[in-house]
Design a protein around this ligand. Structure first.
Ligand SMILES: Cc1cc2nc3c(=O)[nH]c(=O)nc-3n(C[C@H](O)[C@H](O)[C@H](O)COP(=O)(O)O)c2cc1C
Length: 150
């Protein structure tokens, strides 16, 4: 059975809610799913999931939420090779923050790619100003991805 690890970065719980809404879609498609509410490098690479799905919001001015800094700091400081890791990424933010819109998701995406991981679909960016219920954008995106990869 293929497995997906869902790595959550959240302050107010919205990204966790998205993860919890998406998980059953993957389960119905035959994936084993594990949601990581406190992501670490170990949980990303040992063992490596068949797909790593990041549900990541932004705080401060383009900053990672606190629950995610264990993983982001390890990636930034240790710079492990992520060759062979396949990932997808849902970035949540608010366009009223202008130049730091989805800043955490965007910089994570860049970092993962720089470390050798491969993104398997377009990054989804959810703008809270336009789509207050992030599920409205995230669920169709996940359904489409599953359809394309079934
Ligand atoms: C203090 C604070 C700072 C924020 N900073 C940014 C930001 O720099 N860029 C951005 O796109 N969104 C920013 N946001 C918006 C959140 O990322 C957005 O509302 C998101 O949906 C929250 O997700 P969460 O419930 O998982 O924390 C900020 C929100 C707050 C409350």
């Amino acid at each position: 059975m293929p497995d997906v690890g869902i790595y959550v970065a959240t302050v107010y719980g919205g990204a966790l809610d998205v993860a919890e809404q998406i998980a059953p879609l993957f389960e119905s498609a035959g994936y084993g799913v594990e949601i990581h509410e406190t992501p670490t490098l170990e949980k990303l690479v040992d063992p490596r999931p068949d797909l790593a799905l990041f549900c990541i919001s932004t705080t401060g001015r383009g900053d990672y939420p606190g629950n995610f800094t264990g993983l982001s700091s390890a990636l930034e400081q240790q710079r492990p090779s992520l060759q062979g890791l396949q990932y997808a990424l849902i970035a949540m933010g608010d366009s009223s923050y202008e130049e730091s819109f989805c800043g955490a998701g965007r910089k994570l995406d860049e970092l993962l790619t720089a470390l050798g991981a491969s993104r398997v679909s377009e990054r989804l960016e959810v703008d809270a100003s336009e789509t207050p219920m992030a599920d409205d954008a995230a669920l169709p995106w996940a359904e489409q991805w599953l359809e394309a990869h079934s």
